[in-house]
Design a protein around this ligand. Structure first.
Ligand code: RB5
Length: 142
C-alpha cells in the first residue's frame, strides 16, 4: 500500500507542484495538496512548516516540497527534528536519499529542474526503500 504524500510549495514551485500532483493522481497515489494555490507571492517557510506539521500527524507519510530552487524549503523543513528533507537534482540523489538517509521529504526546485527528469526523480524517491544496517546508526545520530 502506498504511503500518503503531502505536497506543498511557494509561488516559485507552484507550477511544478501542479504537474507532479497531476501525474501522481494518474498513478493513483494518495496525495494531499497543502498549497500554495496560485502564483501569488508567498513565503516558503510557511509552506515547509505546514508540511512538517502534517508529517508529524502522519508519521509514515512522505512529503514533496517545492520552491524556486528547492533550497529555501529544504532549509526550513530540516529545522524540524522529525523531517529529513533531501534536495535532489538527479535520480541518483533521489535514490541515495532514501537508501542512505531515509529521507521522508523530497525538495525540488521549480526553476531549476527540467520537466523530463522530474517524473524519474519523484518515482525513484517514492519507490526506493531505506537500507537498514550501518545507515540506521547514522540516521539515528541526526
Ligand atoms: C522566491 O522568489 C524564491 O526565493 C523561493 O522560491 C526559493 O527559491 C527560495 O529558496
Amino acid at each position: 500500500m502506498n504511503k500518503k504524500i503531502f505536497l506543498s510549495s511557494d509561488h516559485g514551485g507552484f507550477e511544478l507542484k501542479t504537474s507532479v500532483i497531476n501525474f501522481l493522481k494518474e498513478g493513483n497515489y494518495d496525495v494531499e495538496d497543502l498549497g500554495c494555490f496560485s502564483l501569488e507571492s508567498v513565503d516558503y517557510p510557511d509552506y515547509a512548516n505546514l508540511m512538517a506539521k502534517n508529517i508529524k500527524n502522519n508519521i509514515n507519510s512522505f512529503g514533496i516540497l517545492f520552491c524556486g530552487t528547492g533550497i529555501g524549503v529544504s532549509i526550513a523543513a530540516n529545522r524540524h527534528s522529525h523531517i529529513r528533507a533531501a534536495l535532489c537534482t538527479s535520480v541518483e540523489m533521489a535514490s541515495k536519499s532514501r537508501k542512505h538517509n531515509d529521507a521522508n521529504v523530497l525538495a525540488l526546485g521549480g526553476r531549476i529542474l527540467n520537466n523530463l527528469i522530474i517524473k524519474d526523480i519523484v518515482f525513484q524517491f517514492l519507490n526506493t526503500d531505506f537500507e537498514e544496517g550501518r545507515h540506521r546508526l547514522r540516521v539515528n545520530k541526526l
